[in-house]
Write a protein of this length. Structure first.
Length: 502
């Protein structure tokens, strides 16, 4: 058996069907549409890669972090947060709210205030973070044309039942992807699958009641800790100045205005920058928190639109109340379970988009999966082999020959020998993409083989560096799940688990 050894990761580019760097199938008479590629890997997707294990990936101790900004330093911690605040000269509800990370509507609601007027010496009750989470966000009445972008905001109200159901099913290992305000049709399919396998949730009413009983609070709070910054390497950012507001668009005196946010453009990393990093960490605290709580980063930003662009230690986030993905504990042994003959585990990939786990023939998990590149697929029965934690990727920038796909052929044929690149372009040593949550294959690589052999295939079941984009952008690797899902999957798939392709 060859377990955990370095092996080639084949990059497939199908001549005549997929454009270079693209994935859209051609239509007679129409040019092929190009698919986006994960930034920095535009050329790397064409090369042969090897997966290798790495050591000492998780930093052992907190590293120095940036000095807290005055805004964050002013926010009280739960330990010194008062329950009553006495109004002082110069205070206003908006200023008091900023001190305690509260909105004006929250302060007014908690103190049963009818207006915005307060007086010196007046005592206001300050809700705890738990009480804030329990407060339903105020709903603003909107005109039909008042929100042309269609983007929900906490002030406009969130359909908590939709989010609650996503949180509940995510806890049950039934998910259609990162949690968002409106999950759309794919989530409805997952919901039906859950209902079809759970007698106590056969219809929407019983499912809703079960979700409310299990998830009393849809949202919870998370405060950034110093040790979190072991996994966060803030990127270079270029502030983009806002254009002057035309006079016709400026607010009238006395008319409330929306808070303006500084626009920060993330600078895409180049390939040279990627291979120079000792660890491919989260680029921002936003990435870290959104992955920890299984949600789309844009949704997390929407829930926390009053927070600074660069949160620091002590910053408190409002997050979906899922069982968090604790990356610092993800590699605690044992990672892969022992097989239980009394409760055999099997798995299946459905339509290259859904990963199912069965125990004793009962469906116990439904999770989204996506091939990293066009042409990757499976047939019949495979099996799960061993797990490589915190994998890194190595390359000599060698490309593979690919036999053109003939009409009616199900898959490309890969030639056994690589075609070496010109000598002047061949690196003299291996180049590595280091381990880390932003490695293209994420935090775990699960080896796969055909059912009649234990020889690992050149592509495995992996995590991903782009959970919000894994259905949109091509990358390096095999069949990918989000990091929080692959961390749960590895602990449910024993060595030798059959994997069916359907």
């Amino acid at each position: 058996m060859l377990f955990g050894a370095a092996r080639p990761l084949l990059i497939v580019v199908i001549s005549g069907i997929f454009a270079v760097g693209g994935s859209a199938q051609t239509t007679p008479g129409k040019p092929a549409a190009l698919k986006r590629i994960e930034p920095g890997l535009e050329n790397a997707v064409k090369w042969e890669w090897h997966v290798e294990p790495s050591e000492n990936w998780v930093p052992p101790a907190p590293t120095p972090t940036p000095t807290q900004t005055p805004t964050v330093a002013a926010l009280p911690t739960p330990e010194n947060r008062p329950t009553v605040y006495e109004v002082k000269h110069g205070d206003a509800l908006v200023l008091i709210g900023k001190k305690f990370s509260l909105t004006v509507p929250q302060l007014k609601s908690f103190n049963q205030l009818k207006g915005d007027t307060i007086r010196v010496g007046q005592k206001l009750k300050i809700p705890t973070p738990a009480e804030v989470s329990a407060m339903a966000p105020p709903v603003k009445k909107q005109k039909s044309t008042g929100n042309p972008s269609g983007k929900p905001t906490p002030e406009a109200g969130t359909d908590q039942d939709k989010v609650r159901l996503q949180v509940f099913l995510d806890r049950e290992l039934f998910s259609s992807g990162p949690i968002v305000a409106d999950p759309g049709p794919p989530f409805s399919k997952v919901q039906l699958l859950y209902q079809s396998t759970h007698e106590d949730a056969k219809d929407d009413t019983s499912l809703g009641a079960k979700a409310r009983a299990a998830v009393a609070e849809v949202f919870t709070q998370y405060k950034l800790k110093a040790e979190d910054f072991r996994f966060i390497a803030p990127p270079k950012a270029e502030p983009v100045e806002a254009k002057p507001t035309p006079l016709s668009a400026r607010p009238r005196p006395g008319k409330p205005t929306a808070r303006s946010h500084a626009i920060v453009k993330k600078v895409p990393l180049t390939y040279q920058e990627l291979i120079s990093m000792p660890m491919l960490a989260y680029r921002t605290p936003w990435e870290f928190v959104s992955e920890r709580f299984h949600c789309q980063e844009s949704y997390l930003r929407n829930l926390n639109d009053k927070l600074p662009e660069t949160p620091t230690i002590g910053t408190q986030f409002r997050v979906p109340n899922v069982v968090p993905f604790e990356i610092e504990k993800a590699f605690e042994p044992p990672i892969q379970p022992e097989a239980d003959p009394k409760h055999p585990v099997t798995a299946a990939v459905i339509g290259l988009s859904q990963f199912n786990i069965y125990q004793g023939g009962v469906l116990v998990a439904v999770l989204p999966v996506s091939p990293a590149r066009p042409g990757l697929h499976g047939r019949n029965s495979w099996q799960i082999l061993d797990v490589i934690p915190h994998p890194r990727l190595a390359t000599f920038q060698k490309a593979r020959n690919v036999v053109p796909l003939k009409a009616g052929s199900p898959a490309p044929t890969i030639s056994p020998e690589p075609t070496p690149p010109p000598a002047e372009t061949e690196p003299t040593a291996k180049e590595y993409l280091a381990a880390g949550p932003r490695n293209p294959v994420g935090i775990f690589w699960i080896n796969l083989s055909k059912s009649n052999t234990t020889e690992p295939l050149p592509y495995g079941l992996t995590g991903t560096s782009i959970p919000d984009q894994m259905d949109i952008e091509e990358s390096i690797g095999g069949f990918r799940l989000t990091n929080w899902d692959i961390a749960r999957v590895v602990r449910r798939l024993p060595l030798g688990t059959p994997l069916q392709w359907k």
